[in-house]
Design a protein around this ligand. Sequence first.
Ligand code: UD1
Ligand code: MG
Length: 489
Amino acid sequence: MRLSTVKKIDSLEIVVLAAGKGTRMKSEVPKVLQPICGHPILEIVLHSIEGGLQNLGREFQINKSTINLVVGHGRDQVKAMVAGLEQNKRICSTVNFSVQEQQLGTGHAVKVALSNSIIYPKAGSVDLLMVVSGDLPLLTPDSLAQFVRAHLAMRSSASLMSARLTNAGAYGRVLRRGGTFYGVVEAKDATAKQLSIQEFNGGVYVFDRAVLQDALGKIDSKNAAKEFYLPDVFTVAMKKRKKILAHCVDDPNIVEGVNTMVDLANTERELYLRIARQHMLNGVRLSYPETIRISPFVKLADNVSIDAFSRVAGYTSVGAGSRIGSFCDLSQVEIGSCVDIRNSVVAQNSKIQDGAIVGPMANLRPATEIASGAKIGNFVELKKSVIGPRTNVSHLSYVGDAEIGSDSNVGCGFVTCNYDGNEKHRSIIGSRVFIGSDCQVVAPIELADGTYVASGSTLTESVEAKDSFVIARERQVTKPGYAKKYKRK
Ligand code: UD1
Ligand code: MG
């Protein structure tokens, strides 16, 4: 490969195609919003693109880069999803939208993008346009960066990323004569002989902007799908004696497209395995990794271990030395270091601080915070509650809309009666509180620090004085010999 001398890219516009109906998905949800590993496909694609840009930025001076997203079908939902990513700073680039009113094909979609571009190229400058199909969730930042490098190094004018499969199914086939790439034929338009070609078009392209602009004006829709095919620009460019390149990657998974629910399941499995492998290489212990689902944006620190059949989703982070047992389902949870999450814990939008123990079989509903050294035991449900440092809620309890201070002990079978049928009310329980087994507090209520609640109490009034003893139950009646009266046998 002749090395390019190009070190500066004046503009790099990335056009992401996301306007199609995704007819073959047979779903109401726009294809690029279908979830894969818990995130919309498009979020994963945008993330890989940003990674690719960063990677390239280390080698090239890129004066301007921009993402131009072509939307059409389900555009409001797609725009709302991207706005959410921008708002939560999940992506750094600003995304410009181009609307393709009618989905007349991938070539037409790129034409729409170009007519709406915010890049104004100057003569003599290096202006690249990368096109990425929005349905490729397995692209990697490195593969994208490597592709741009190859385009520049080979001094290509129009390049596509290809790969090989024994049976390339519905993908467009890469045509070569004497090894030289000269065009793409869509599966729908291919002859039986062409269908036996193993090299296929991966749906990622890099163009010299001017070459693409010119070639796009010359493609038509005289084909089986009656659509403007983007890959037809290669034939046009070649006829104009422009250098064209099919950059074949070793791993066909990278360009595996999602067109049906079967593809979605396959790519999801592959992505989970890839993520698991990367964490293991970073020193995370996964037992039976093929059963563990860790989402792409999860952060795991050193010496984390996760047991079989658990799912760790969203933007969850897990601190050093923490252990997650099997059959857990954790989504959007901030987990400190040396936390012990035992089997079958479900947690959403919660925080668990250093050294806490949770489970087995606990349910942490949104807005729960467990301070360091606290212990939440089996069959405990927490909701919108803060559990203070070293406090134990060990068995069979419901704590909702509550705060419990530090070093308190909540006995078995405790319930915060937070709902009166109309509204939710809060329970504020102090530090060093001891609550015996089978107690209820009827909210709103406050228990001062050091309160001692006798077993079987139902508290309906706040306890204001510190270190009080409280009992709220019927007195026991014992009648010697009376048992016979009730026993028939
Ligand atoms: C396309 C390629 C095929 C390649 C395959 C790789 C064409 C004609 N064919 O086929 O050679 O092997 O990708 O995965 O390009 N889209 C629009 N507007 C449209 C049509 C499509 O934005 O009018 C978007 C879709 O939302 C999708 C992407 O373009 O994200 C690709 O479209 P899709 O229908 O999936 O093309 P394939 O049949 O997969
Ligand atoms: Mg596709």
